[in-house]
Design a protein around this ligand. Structure first.
Ligand code: SAM
Length: 203
């Protein structure tokens, strides 16, 4: 996809909060200029906008969440933002080697980047309090819906014996896919356009 098409598509898809999206993008792109080699790689063309990152960081700070993991962290846009704007320990899993190497090289203090398939992570072993998903299996196929169901079931089962609350931040999930979070309580929704949103779930 060309830069012009990407820009046009982004403006249209985030149209309900376009002013905030643009202002936050300008401010933080400038602030993190040296750290951001790249934001996305096709076929994944939707990095989380800084305005959404800001909303995530506010929630994490308000709830004093300690250990946050992003499943499919790409080039580390969210992980670095949260490390810089919260007191949490931030973890990121990424399968793509180029994205992993870049995220690992440019990571902020308090960030750990792991080169791994999120479908093979042992979630019982890792004590995370919040899970971020920016739609890593974005194609709206039955296969991907089943992958999500299994992934969320795995996380759910890993927490069965824990009384501690935990959160799932689902970014840019279209309505059809949000069915996979039906076992969780929806706490908050931030919408910027059709299919462009953050839904925050709690156990
Ligand atoms: C939409 S991008 C999100 C990038 C980043 N979170 C952001 O907002 O800037 C989804 C990422 O998930 C990664 N991904 C997809 N399947 C994965 C898997 N099975 N294990 C780990 N990462 C995966 C992709 O390589 C891609 O970098």
């Amino acid at each position: 996809m060309s830069k012009t098409s990407f820009l046009y598509e982004s403006l249209v898809s985030y149209r309900h909060k376009i002013l905030k999206i643009i202002l936050f993008e300008l401010f933080y792109t400038f602030k993190y200029f040296k750290k951001n080699e790249k934001s996305f790689k096709e076929p994944h063309i939707h990095p989380c906008p800084y305005y959404f990152n800001h909303k995530l960081s506010k929630f994490i700070n308000k709830k004093k969440i300690k250990n946050v993991v992003e499943l499919g962290c790409g080039f580390g846009r969210i992980t670095n933002f949260l490390a810089d704007n919260t007191n949490a320990n931030i973890f990121g899993y990424e399968l793509d080697l180029e994205a992993f190497e870049s995220a690992n090289k440019n990571k902020f203090t308090n960030v750990s980047i792991i080169h791994s398939d999120i479908l093979k992570v042992n979630y019982e072993k890792n004590k995370f309090d919040a899970y971020i998903l920016n739609d890593p299996f974005f194609q709206p196929t039955k296969k991907n819906l089943d992958i999500y169901k299994n992934l969320i079931k795995k996380i759910y089962k890993s927490k069965k014996n824990s009384k501690k609350k935990y959160y799932i931040f689902a970014i840019n999930f279209v309505k059809k896919k949000r069915i996979v979070f039906s076992k969780f309580r929806l706490l908050k929704t931030i919408t910027a356009g059709p299919g462009r949103n953050i839904n925050i779930y709690c156990s």
